[in-house]
Write a protein that binds this ligand. Structure first.
Ligand code: 5GP
Ligand code: ZN
Length: 116
């Protein structure tokens, strides 16, 4: 997989440190930071460092997809009771607004049934 930094991409800019974020995890492959508008007591985004558009593209790299899920599990264990919802909005009509793939980790307390 080739390195693709898109200077117009919000999450590429967060990864580069050009825009501040509250990071809760980082390693060679992914970073995780708190969502600006949390929709659960714990709402963290797990984001591959390299620009990929969505989970369909990410799924072409199974190891990276698996690592994203592993990091999500650890965040739910460290910041909540271990239970969590993992959401990849994919495409505009599904609510994707940032086209740099990110897994929403929602945790902490009873989560409402619903769209996110
Ligand atoms: P999407 O709608 O693409 O699935 O999710 C994008 C998420 O990014 C939203 O939940 C939104 O609140 C969050 N977000 C948008 N801009 C920023 C930002 O500048 N910083 C942080 N930490 N989160 C952001
Ligand atoms: Zn990007």
């Amino acid at each position: 997989a080739t390195e693709r930094h898109d200077p117009e991409c919000l999450f590429c800019r967060i990864i580069a440190g050009e825009i501040p974020s509250e990071r809760v995890h980082e390693d060679d492959l992914v970073i995780a930071f708190k969502d600006l508008h949390p929709q659960a007591p714990v709402h963290v985004l797990v984001v591959p460092r390299e620009h990929r558009r969505d989970v369909t593209e990410l799924a072409q790299e199974p190891q990276l997809l698996a690592h994203t899920a592993t990091v999500a599990s650890r965040i739910a264990a460290d910041h909540a009771d271990g239970d969590f919802r993992l959401v990849f909005n994919t495409g505009k009509s599904a609510g994707q607004s940032v086209f740099h793939v990110h897994a929403h980790v929602l945790a902490g307390g009873k989560l409402a049934e619903g769209e996110l």
